[in-house]
Each structure stands twice: as structure tokens, then as C-alpha cells.
Design a protein around this ligand. Structure first.
Ligand SMILES: *Cc1c(COP(=O)(O)O)cnc(C)c1O
Length: 394
């Protein structure tokens, strides 16, 4: 039995999908981005659910992720957005994955493998317009058109680019990327490569630039119930499909002044009870991605926070929720153990705790339980490296 698990409400995902499609420009469709195991929610389960609701396209980063979807019966278009290695081309082409091609060597590899297989490769051309990661550079666009016009086994079906500053709402940079993208499409058209599906919007651009929806919008963040940044809150009515939970395994009374955990950074301020849950940083709890300060004020806040920590005052300590009450984490979060300071709250072992676990950081080894129409329809856990249902929950 798992004492820590994540409940995933597929109805909330369907709700978000419908909320997004209601705001689509006519002629445009959602390409559901389910990379990184659908941001931790479960790529197969999310894709299956959306496919049953009419979603016609999915996107992942790697060929491996795309093949997992295919092997689980996802028949719709699957775009591999990341670069594709030579070793992965054959299986990708055989399984009809749409491949992003972002440089000439990849183009050549793709053509070689496709001609050997005698099967056309479906490709989306990735144009570099300001993200600075992958994509054909502006100076290569003419040659790209010429090369494609000659390629017998390459079937260009799409063209796209990725926006670097849409979530920051830097409209002048974003606008420049868009204009460059359109220039690229024009050059391809002049070179005889036309009728390509265009897609540029991620979640942020989908909200801010409806005029850019084109054939597809590539949406991940909004589908899983988040906004790209707090500035977008309220632009759609989204539901949160994600609740991470754990059971309290141990409760103990301690007097005022008791130290808790590594480095003894926490000391109880009064007589209290401490509770232990079997979740820690190995599960992703309390783990934050490295954030770059957004401006001077943000930087000052970080400096102050670090200075106070040096003085033994910890701001922004994580907290959890028990029976609707906010409860503070006491001391440092351990690898698989976290201590909670219950204060006056009376709680027995076995009580459920809601944990603010970042979805992309949540360890895939934590049991996922899937709910549809308020019914448990499946679950999955990784044991000994293999994904399997947890019999306790079937
Ligand atoms: C992740 C990703 C998206 C989706 O972005 P969200 O902001 O999460 O909707 C779209 N396009 C590309 C290329 C991506 O890598």
C-alpha cells in the first residue's frame, strides 16, 4: 500500500481542454503538449482522455515519449518537438511520428533513413526566430526550401517556432519573433514549399495573441490547470486536476524548545505535536527550479531572504494542509521524511495530508490514481523500475 499518492482528476483536464477550445480562433486546433509525462500527470492517461474528447494532435519532446503514446493506442498525430538522433529515426518514421527537423544534418539523416525504408517521413520545419535553442537559422531558409524541393522521401507538413518571452509578456520581442517566423514561411513558399501547418503559440501566446492561433496551438501548462505566470490568472476558468497526498505515519508530543531535523534549524516555540509523513525531497517536495530574479526588486527579496536565513529566520517555509488547516513543515525536508508542527491541531496517524508538490518535480515512483466522473478508473506506480498498477488500489 502506498502512503503517498497523487489524485489526478481527468474531468478537470477535460474541463480545461474545453475551456481552451472555446477560446480558439476558428480553423485552429489544440496540439496537447504531453511532454515530461504530461508535466507529471501521466502522458498516456492524459492523451487517452483528450483523444476521446476529440483532440487531434499531441506533442512530446522525444521519440521515446512519442512511441510510448503510439504503443498505448494513441492514433492521432504525435509531433516530436525536440531534435531527433539518427538512431531513433527509423522507429519514428515507421510509427508515423511527426518529426521536428531543425538542421541540415538531421534533414539528411531523415531523408537517408526514409528512403531506405521506402516510406515518407512526415516533418515539421523548426525555424529559429529568437529562442536560441534549435531551428534553421534565417540565412539557411532559402537553402532549406531548395533541399526540400528535391527530397523525395521527405514530406514537409508543418512549420513552427517557439517563443522565448511570451510568458514574460515582452510584446516587442515576441512580435519580432512572429514577424521573423512569417518571413521564413514566405521564403519557403517562394521556394515551392507551401501548404504547411503553422504553429507558434504556447499557453502564454495563446492567451495574448489570438490572431496567431493558425492551424495549431501547442498547449501544455493551461491543460494541466496552471497559468504561465501570475499575470495571466483569471484569463480562463481552469480547474486543478492535481492533488498530492500522504498519510501521517507517526505523531508525538514534544515540549517547547525541542529541536527538529537536520542542522536543528527548527525549534518548537511551545508545547506541541509533531507528525511525520513519508514524503521528502527525493519525491520532489520542497524542490524548486533555479529561478532567475525578474528585476531588481526580485533580486533584493532573494538577498534579504538569504540574509535572514543566515540569522536563523526562515521565510517561505513550506506548509501542507490537514483537514482544511494550514500546517507548517518543521525544519529541513528530508530525503523521504518530512516533519510537521501540528500546533493545537489534534491528528491521529492515518490522517491524510495535502502536499504542495510541484507537478513536474514529482517523482514518477509516486502512485498516480486517475479519476473520471468521480470514479477511480486506474492507477500506476513504478516498482523495481517497472510501471504497474498498485493492487491495493485496483
Ligand atoms: C513545452 C512546449 C510548449 C508548451 O508550452 P506551455 O507554455 O506549457 O503551453 C509548446 N511548444 C514547445 C516547443 C514546447 O517545448
Amino acid at each position: 500500500m502506498s502512503d503517498a499518492w497523487i489524485d489526478i482528476d481527468l474531468d478537470a483536464i477535460i474541463h480545461n481542454y474545453e475551456e481552451i477550445t472555446a477560446h480558439l480562433q476558428s480553423g485552429s486546433k489544440v496540439m496537447a503538449v504531453v511532454k515530461a509525462d504530461a508535466y507529471g500527470l501521466g502522458a498516456v492517461e492524459v492523451a487517452r482522455t483528450l483523444s476521446q474528447r476529440g483532440c487531434e494532435a499531441f506533442a512530446v519532446t522525444t521519440v521515446e515519449e512519442g512511441l510510448i503514446l503510439r504503443h498505448h493506442g494513441i492514433k492521432e498525430m504525435i509531433l516530436v518537438m525536440g531534435p531527433v538522433s539518427l538512431g531513433n529515426m527509423e522507429e519514428a518514421i515507421l510509427e508515423d511520428l511527426h518529426l521536428s527537423i531543425s538542421d541540415f544534418s538531421m534533414l539528411k539523416n531523415c531523408e537517408t533513413v526514409a528512403s531506405r525504408l521506402g516510406k515518407k517521413a512526415l516533418i515539421h520545419l523548426k525555424l529559429e526566430t529568437g529562442m536560441g535553442r534549435t531551428g534553421f537559422l534565417e540565412k539557411e531558409w532559402e537553402e532549406l526550401a531548395t533541399t526540400l524541393a528535391r527530397g523525395e522521401y521527405l514530406e514537409p507538413v508543418g512549420v513552427f517556432t517557439h517563443l522565448a518571452r511570451a510568458a514574460q509578456r515582452d510584446s516587442s520581442y515576441t512580435q519580432k519573433q512572429y514577424e521573423k517566423f512569417q518571413e521564413g514561411i514566405e521564403i519557403l513558399r517562394e521556394g515551392g514549399i507551401h501548404n504547411l501547418m503553422q504553429h507558434i503559440c504556447n499557453s502564454a501566446a495563446f492567451l495574448d495573441y489570438p490572431q496567431w492561433h493558425h492551424d495549431f496551438v501547442r498547449i501544455g501548462t493551461l491543460l494541466i490547470g496552471h497559468f504561465p505566470s501570475p499575470a495571466f490568472k483569471g484569463k480562463l476558468n481552469l480547474k486543478d486536476p492535481w492533488t498530492a497526498k500522504a498519510r501521517i505515519l507517526h505523531v508525538r508530543q514534544v515540549p517547547k524548545g525541542a529541536y527538529v531535523g537536520y542542522q536543528s534549524i527548527y525549534r518548537t516555540k511551545k508545547d506541541t505535536s509533531l507528525a511525520v509523513i513519508p514524503v521528502g525531497y527525493a519525491d520532489g517536495f520542497g524542490v524548486q527550479p533555479h529561478l532567475v530574479p525578474q528585476g531588481l526588486w526580485d533580486f533584493i527579496k532573494i538577498v534579504i531572504k538569504n540574509f535572514l536565513a543566515l540569522c536563523g529566520i526562515y521565510l517561505g517555509q513550506e506548509s501542507v494542509s490537514i483537514k482544511g488547516h494550514k500546517v507548517k513543515v518543521a525544519g529541513k525536508i528530508g530525503m523521504q521524511i518530512t516533519v510537521l508542527d501540528l500546533g493545537d491541531l489534534s491528528v491521529e496517524p492515518g490522517e491524510e495530508v495535502i502536499i504542495p508538490l510541484r507537478r513536474t518535480q514529482a517523482n514518477p515512483r509516486i502512485l498516480r490514481r486517475y479519476w473520471l466522473n468521480k470514479r477511480l478508473i486506474g492507477n500506476r506506480i513504478i516498482k523495481e523500475g517497472i510501471s504497474q498498477p498498485d493492487p491495493e488500489y485496483v
